[in-house]
Design a protein. Structure first.
Length: 473
């Protein structure tokens, strides 16, 4: 295993950024009043601040300047990660660790905090109800909103069958949601399949963060063909994206010709990958998406939609239509910078827009837990909230503060190890897909997953073609 060397030279890092600005932005750092102000502010602080600053404090100030530049872009996909001592361990490479089954990336521009970028289907976090986009703010009651990503990983991982309690902030929820999760051995499941009535094959790709996704897809489709499948459902719901080459190969499995995705930077628009004439599945098919379908999932769905190869059914997708490159700075930190955007074959921009389904259906599979919090109650008083005739109760603390988070039952899974349940009668998007394909199916069916090879590396080749830090926990 390798260890990244640390070179803490904060001032040089700042000057390196200034030089890049001068070279590529057409602005002289020394001639620009704001550029001069940065250097003047540093000099004034180090010479006149009430307390003398040691080298470490001076470096923190300069690093704050880098973080400030990144923060001023107000771009959630651009971030700065300070220098850290990185250990890539055997358990990270081979996935042999005990955790909850999510992948997290920094939630803040300075590389701290944790947001969930993928939830492994069938894992403890998936069963508990965690979602892509959830921001982890507490681990076992401790605030981790400003903690380094590595420390958060260390807190979430732990011995087999032990409990960890996470507090997350979720879009649309006013209070912190609490989840108690039992750690298990994490194995990434990437492709699952089922044979449904009406000769309809069902294939779900949960993540593209796996070098074997395309191989697993081919195996799953071959198995479905052997069972008589003549129509296909490709489920990309809650798939947050991942490896670019796997997204291109999956699109190529269904398309006979044409561009799968374009990239556009400041200078030009280019075809990134194109379909080869031979396809792996040429029968009727539909694609399922929801708000959690992002990046590579949107690339595949957009390519199939533009080609009129398949109808897209479900919710507006996430809208992650930009790619990043990672620049290593002189101090050992990394600047992850948005440098281009994705375009569909018809050159549609999807960033912050997403893919609009051909048939819009709300994803009704997983309800959002009710949560509320407030202040002003009498200490120790019982606080009740009535919603739809149901009463929710909590007790105010000694300061009169109160909060409540509803506990939802675990998501239903098959009792057979390595299988998932597919229930068209309680899955509105899947039910609509079956109707579109001309199959009137009902009841619950098992979907046998194709288990991923042990993939859990900390450095992931993203849709941008660059490496991104995402840690499985």
């Amino acid at each position: 295993m390798t260890k990244r060397r640390i070179a803490i030279i904060g001032f040089i890092a700042l000057l390196a950024l200034a030089f890049a600005w001068a070279q590529f932005g057409g602005v002289s750092f020394d001639r620009n009043p704001y550029g001069k102000a940065i250097k003047e502010a540093f000099q004034i602080i180090t010479q006149n601040y009430l307390k003398p600053l040691d080298k470490e404090q001076q470096q923190k100030i300069l690093e704050g300047g880098v973080s400030g530049m990144v923060s001023a872009l107000d771009d959630p996909f651009t971030s700065y990660s300070p220098p850290v001592d990185v250990h890539i361990r055997d358990e990270d490479v081979h996935g042999e660790f005990f955790g909850i089954g999510v992948q997290i990336a920094p939630a803040n521009p300075d590389g701290t905090g944790a947001k969930i970028v993928n939830v492994f289907r069938g894992g403890p976090a998936y069963e508990a109800g965690l979602r892509i986009g959830d921001v982890i703010v507490e681990v076992d009651g401790e605030d981790v909103s400003k903690t380094s990503l590595y420390e958060i990983v260390a807190k979430i991982r732990g011995p087999k069958d032990t409990k960890v309690t996470l507090g997350v902030r979720r879009s649309g929820a006013n209070a912190i949601l609490k989840f108690e999760i039992i750690r298990r051995k994490i194995e990434i499941v990437s492709v699952s399949k089922a044979m449904l009535p009406g000769n309809v094959g069902y294939v779900a790709i949960e993540t593209f963060l796996n070098v074997k996704v395309n191989d697993q897809l081919h195996k799953a489709i071959n198995d479905l063909k052997a069972q008589g499948a003549t129509r296909l459902i490709l489920d990309l719901r809650d798939n947050g994206g991942g490896l670019l080459d796997q997204g291109c190969q999956v699109g190529d499995a269904f398309l006979k010709s044409g561009v799968i995705v374009y990239t556009r930077d400041r200078k030009a628009t280019r075809a990134y990958c194109e379909a080869a004439p031979q396809v792996f599945w040429d029968g009727p098919m539909v694609v399922l998406v929801n708000h959690g379908s992002a990046s590579a999932s949107e690339i595949v769905a957009g390519a199939l939609q533009d080609d009129k190869r398949a109808k897209v059914i479900g919710e507006q997708t996430f809208g992650k239509g930009v790619g990043q490159n990672v620049f290593t700075l002189a101090n050992g930190g990394e600047l992850t910078l948005v440098t281009f955007e994705w375009l569909t074959p018809e050159k549609r921009s999807i960033h912050e827009k997403g893919i609009t389904p051909d048939i819009e259906v709300r994803d009704n599979r997983f309800p959002t837990p009710l949560a509320f919090e407030g202040i002003g109650a009498r200490p120790g008083a019982e606080v009740k909230l009535v919603v739809g005739g149901k009463t929710y109760t909590t007790v105010a603390d000694e300061e009169g503060k109160f909060k409540f988070s509803e506990e939802l039952p675990p998501r239903k899974l098959s009792e057979v190890q390595g299988e998932a349940l597919v229930d068209p009668e309680h899955d509105a998007i899947l039910k609509k897909a079956l109707e579109v394909l001309g199959s009137q199916a009902s009841g619950a069916f098992r979907a046998t997953p194709v288990i991923a090879g042990a993939e859990g590396a900390m450095l992931i080749l993203t849709d941008s073609g660059s490496w991104l830090l995402v840690l499985p926990v």
